[in-house]
Design a protein around this ligand. Structure first.
Ligand code: KIV
Length: 272
């Protein structure tokens, strides 16, 4: 067995809290499989989120609601096998934690035990406080998620920016404080006005990671398939695409098909 010392420090929830304290921004991306997780981890990402966006991205569902706990565990286990440095956080899927703190604890324990992940994430404020506190009794770190909460899409009705009105903004701030007090180690804010997100970040001591929440927060998260340009039908204003893989990969497939049809592939060097 190799005893070579790894030169990097593993990211823990404490490292993230220290990053907030020192002002170093936190980077977070999604991954749902071994190969993507390897790439993202090697790229130096701080946090890998096994998001329930896997429901859309990997399974082709219209919303995040249909993905099951077992499917999330399978994705998470593959990601954990790939990762050396990043903190791996897994979304508790819809229906596995709301309204029943015992079920929430059982769901979180299954994720930790069967995937080897480091933390769980769930959506909501005051209404999921009891679930958060019960999960924490088992020593499982919890990340919160406020603002646009895709598991509540049928309540919201649209994927538009949330908390533009004072009443919803006030509730969001109150919920962020409840999540901090309940013991969440960090918080995701999705698609809310930048000035509100900055205010939340300044009001809590835990790291706030934004998606479509401006630059005044402690870190940023994007869905990897979106930032790589593997998806192409989704273009919200907050999304920066670093590659255009949908086009490049489609061209590669076309090239491969054409090489087979023309009998160019395989050539004499590509056979035994
Ligand atoms: O499921 C997910 O990918 C997420 C991010 C958008 C934060 O929750």
């Amino acid at each position: 067995m190799s005893v070579a010392k790894k030169e990097f420090k593993k990211v823990t929830t404490h490292v993230l809290q220290e990053m907030k304290r020192t002002g170093e921004k936190i980077s977070m991306l999604t991954a749902y499989d071994y190969t993507m997780a390897k790439i993202v981890d090697n790229g130096g990402i701080d946090v890998i989120l096994v998001g329930d966006s896997a429901s859309n991205v990997m399974h082709g569902h219209e919303t995040t609601l249909p993905i099951t706990l077992s499917q999330m565990i399978d994705h998470a286990a593959a990601v954990v096998r790939a990762v050396d440095r990043a903190l791996v956080v897994v979304d508790l899927p819809f229906g596995t934690y709301q309204g029943n703190s015992k079920e929430a604890l059982n769901s979180a324990i299954r994720i930790m035990k069967e995937s080897g992940a480091h933390a769980v994430k769930l959506e909501g404020g005051k209404e999921v406080k009891e679930s958060i506190e019960r999960i924490l009794t088992a020593g499982i770190p919890v990340m919160g998620h406020l603002g646009l909460m895709p598991q509540s899409i049928y309540k919201f009705g649209t994927y538009n920016v949330r908390a533009k009105e004072e009443e919803e903004a006030d509730k969001l701030i109150e919920d962020a404080l409840i999540l901090e007090k309940s013991g969440c180690f960090a918080l995701v804010l999705e698609k809310i006005p930048a000035n509100l997100a900055e205010k939340v970040s300044k009001s809590v001591t835990i790291p706030v990671i934004g998606i479509g929440a401006g630059g005044g927060v402690d870190g940023q998260v994007l869905v990897t398939h979106d930032m790589m340009g593997m998806t192409h039908e989704f273009s919200p204003r907050f999304l920066r695409r670093y590659l255009n893989l949908y086009t490049e990969m489609t061209e590669a497939v076309k090239h491969y098909v054409s090489d087979i049809k023309s009998k160019d592939f395989p050539n004499s060097n590509e056979q035994y």
